[in-house]
Design a protein. Structure first.
Length: 235
């Protein structure tokens, strides 16, 4: 019993310390274009024809955020990641809303490694002092809302993005590529939400950093525009 109580107290202390770290965590924000290719199988709900239909460069623009937790001088953990973006695509009924880390979906998580900082920066612990870092993060799953078709689609399998950053946020045009990017191993099934019905496959997933001002207006649209509502998980 004493061992159990001691373990419980230790676990509680770890939780408190971690909560304090998160409370002090600096927010990482990255305006991005999220792009993927879709493959619609023949004779499927979104492609009634006899031939497979590829749809290249399905794109949304939005904002990705993480809480940052310093591990050591060259490593920063990224936790509680979220993404919300909007776009349009005629083949998919018009308006799109892509969300990751929202609602019942597991938050994005990752890490900055090989962090290098500007030695002349006044705050050597701030994100603003970073001049180089290798970023890797996992997207556990995501949802695409087809606004015009009143339909939700889901990718339920996790995948990884990698990029080299020249600051936080990183420069316009910085490319994040999924690993793997192409080939059979990159194909992820796209389901109708809440069902086992596969309506397509996602591949060639990549993110491109975009300038901050142009993205903020798009985020406002994603969060409040035209009857589109994004659910947030209660903290």
């Amino acid at each position: 019993m004493k061992v159990s109580v001691s373990f419980s107290k230790s676990l509680a202390l770890v939780c408190v310390l971690f909560a304090q770290q998160l409370a002090q965590a600096e927010l990482v924000f990255m305006p991005i274009r999220a792009i993927q290719d879709l493959i619609l199988p023949a004779n499927s709900p979104f492609n009634p024809t006899a031939n497979e239909q590829p749809i290249a460069d399905v794109e949304v623009r939005g904002l990705m955020t993480f809480d940052s937790v310093i591990v050591n001088a060259t490593t920063i953990d990224l936790v509680n990641g979220l993404f919300t973006g909007t776009g349009t695509r005629d083949e998919l009924g018009g308006g799109l809303v892509l969300t990751a880390g929202e609602g019942e979906f597991t938050r994005l998580f990752g890490r900055l490694e090989n962090v290098q900082r500007d030695p002349n920066h006044a705050d050597q612990t701030s994100l603003a002092s970073i001049i180089f870092a290798d970023m890797t993060f996992t997207v556990p799953s995501y949802r695409v809302r087809l606004v015009g078709l009143d339909q939700n689609l889901e990718v339920r399998a996790p995948f990884i993005f990698r990029a080299r950053l020249d600051g936080v946020p990183t420069s316009n045009g910085t490319l994040f590529e999924a690993d793997p990017l192409l080939g059979n191993d990159s194909l992820l099934e796209v389901y109708v939400a809440g069902t086992q019905t596969v309506v397509g496959f996602s591949t060639n997933r990549r993110l491109v950093a975009v300038p901050e001002p142009s993205s903020l207006g798009l985020i406002g649209l994603a969060l409040s525009g035209a009857g589109i509502f994004v659910r947030r998980r209660a903290c």
